[in-house]
Structure formats: structure tokens, C-alpha cells
Design a protein around this ligand. Structure first.
Ligand code: PEP
Ligand code: MN
Length: 329
């Protein structure tokens, strides 16, 4: 928004009034006029309330760079299940990568007994090193889908390249765009054109505006809703793999009204912090969590240090349920 003062008004007085309402302002002298530019990250205020401030002449709004995201506040429907809004938290769980047909069937059965909604697992893995496990590709998508179907779960899995968008869309209820691809506009467009909801992971060095604009790409190109996923951002501290930005979670959930889930596994890289950060994420307004779990973390082909043994995951799932009064046993 741009606030223009009436001639002769005291700019310091008006600035204090604006800042006092939680607004971040930048002051400009435009010819004879004093104007304040209200930064987009500011608290939300009623335009009429600003017009009432003594010394304010006019308030003009600046069009949002992500109108479709702004319009689509509230829950996203994924195959009949609501994520966000007043719905209880959804749980997405499974191994980092789909390692074998037998293994994913076993995991899906256990997760279904525990009561999770989504089975996760990468068929196409985006790894930092070209020598690490890259996923089993298309066969793993079939294993994942069949395992989920026989256990009554939904599927979330990542698409790595535009050429795989149709096959991933055929097997997934939600298409995951990974952190490393959040600004890959070709992939965003191609995956979204499949018409499925997108789980959009935050780029590890992406600002919230860049993340929202990536969501805008998805909606502008046909995605049936976007669920944002905070998975930690780069920081100077190596004690955790990334820095879990719970401020961003609260902002998206409570200020923008958007569905956001948290992935504490990639955020921390260590299984001992997944429990407390899951609960913190839900308290901050997350609509759900995505957690890596494995029957034998020590033998996991990728991200073994963050994989939660299934027994520990089961105990955590009970604590998550306390956030969902309807499902609390
Ligand atoms: C994943 O969820 O499998 C993954 C690779 O996560 P990220 O894109 O957040 O690193
Ligand atoms: Mn992983």
C-alpha cells in the first residue's frame, strides 16, 4: 500500500501511527508530497482504519504479485481429504526413498495401522552427490502406489524432471516439488499442468515471497491447490542440517491462511529432534507433518541419520493425534 499525506501533515507523527499498527514503512518525498510505502511483510490492516489517521490524505493499494495464492486461502482437497483450515493435522510418513517392493508394502501396512494418511517415499531422488542412491525410478512408483492402495493410504512423491510429470501424476495423489526445484519454473509448469495438488517444498535459500510466487506458478498453470512445506532453510550453524523456520509456518498459517506442512526430518537431519519439532510445528499452525521413518534406520539407503524407527514414529503419532480432537482415541 502507498499512504500519501495531506499537505502540512507531520510525517513523524503519521509514521509513528503506522509503525504502531505493526506496519513496516519506508518514507519517500515525491515532489511536494510525503508518501509511505507499506512493505508487503507488514501486519494486515484495514485500509479504512489507515484513512482515519490524522494527516493521511489517501491510501492506494498495490496489486498483489500472487493473486491466485491470495484467493485460494483455506484448505486444499486431496482425494477427498482436507489439508489446512479447520481440519486436524495430516501425517505424511515413509522412507526417504522407496528401497524395495517388499519393504514399502511392509511400511505401508504398519503406517496404516498407526493411522497416518499419506505414504511418502522418493522414486526419483534428488541427491547432493551423484554417487548417492538416486532412487529406483518408475518401478518404485508402481510399488509405492500398490503398497498405498492395499493399505488404504494416499501417496505423496517427488517429481524431479518435467519428462516424468505424467507418470508421477498417475501414481501420486499429491505431487511433491523438492526444495532444490522450488524455482525450476519449467518443472513447476509441467507438474502443475497435470492438474493434481502440489506439495511445494520451500527452497533452502528462498524468501517467503519467492516461495509464494512459486505457489503462484503452480496455480497459474493448473495445479488443483498448493500445500506449502517448510523443510528448513540454510543457516550458519551446522548443529542441525537446516534451520526450521517456524516463523514462516505461523505467518503462512495465521496471516495468509494457507495450508502449510512441516518436514522436521530434512529440517534437522537428526532423529532426536523430530518429536519436539513436530509438536512445535503443530503449535505454530502447521496443517500437518511429513516425517521420514524406516523399519531399520541403520540400513536406510539415504538419510539414515534422520529416519525415525517405526516404533518411535508410532509413539509420536499418538502425540500428534492430541492436536486433532476428532481423532483422539
Ligand atoms: C524429500 O522429501 O525426499 C526431499 C529430498 O526433501 P527436500 O526437497 O526438502 O530436500
Ligand atoms: Mn530424505
Amino acid at each position: 500500500m502507498i499512504v500519501t499525506l495531506v499537505p502540512g501533515a507531520d510525517p513523524d507523527l503519521v509514521q509513528r501511527q503506522l509503525s504502531g499498527r505493526g506496519l513496516w514503512v519506508r518514507r519517500y518525498q515525491v515532489g511536494q508530497d510525503v508518501q509511505f510505502y507499506i512493505e508487503p511483510g507488514s501486519a494486515r490492516v484495514d485500509v479504512d482504519a489507515l484513512r482515519q489517521i490524522q494527516g493521511v490524505g489517501s491510501v492506494a493499494s498495490v496489486p498483489s504479485p500472487h493473486p491466485l495464492v491470495d484467493e485460494r486461502v483455506g484448505p486444499v482437497d486431496v482425494a477427498g481429504l482436507a489439508i489446512g483450515g479447520a481440519a486436524g493435522p495430516v501425517v505424511m510418513a515413509g522412507p526417504c526413498g522407496v528401497e524395495s517392493e517388499d519393504q514399502i508394502h511392509g511400511i505401508a501396512r504398519r503406517l496404516s495401522e498407526i493411522g497416518v494418511e499419506f505414504l511418502r517415499g522418493g522414486a526419483f531422488k534428488t541427491r547432493t552427490s551423484p554417487y548417492s542412491f538416486q532412487g529406483h525410478g518408475e518401478p518404485a512408483l508402481t510399488w509405492l502406489r500398490e503398497a498405498a492402495d492395499s493399505a488404504g493410504l494416499k501417496v505423496v512423491t517427488e517429481v524431479l524432471g518435467p519428462e516424468h510429470a505424467p507418470v508421477v501424476a498417475r501414481h501420486a495423489d499429491v505431487i511433491q516439488i523438492g526444495s532444490r526445484n522450488m524455482q525450476n519454473s519449467v518443472l513447476l509448469r509441467t507438474a502443475s499442468a497435470e492438474g493434481r495438488p502440489i506439495l511445494l517444498k520451500r527452497g533452502m535459500a528462498a524468501t517467503i515471497d519467492e516461495w509464494l510466487l512459486a505457489g503462484e506458478y503452480c496455480l497459474a498453470h493448473g495445479a488443483r491447490g498448493v500445500v506449502f512445506c517448510e523443510r528448513g532453510i540454510r543457516s550458519f550453524d551446522a548443529s542441525t542440517r537446516n534451520l526450521l523456520d517456524l516463523g514462516a509456518v505461523a505467518l503462512l498459517a495465521h496471516v495468509h491462511g494457507l495450508p502449510v506442512v512441516v518436514d522436521p526430518s530434512h529440517a534437522t537431519g537428526r532423529r532426536d529432534l523430530i518429536g519436539p519439532l513436530t509438536l512445535a510445528a503443530l503449535a505454530a499452525g502447521a496443517a500437518g507433518v511429513m516425517i521420514e521413518t524406516h523399519p531399520e534406520p541403520g540400513s536406510s539407503l539415504s538419510d539414515s541419520s534422520q529416519a525415525l524407527p517405526l516404533e518411535e514414529f508410532e509413539a509420536l503419532a499418538r502425540e500428534i493425534r492430541a492436536f486433532d480432537p476428532e481423532r483422539e482415541a
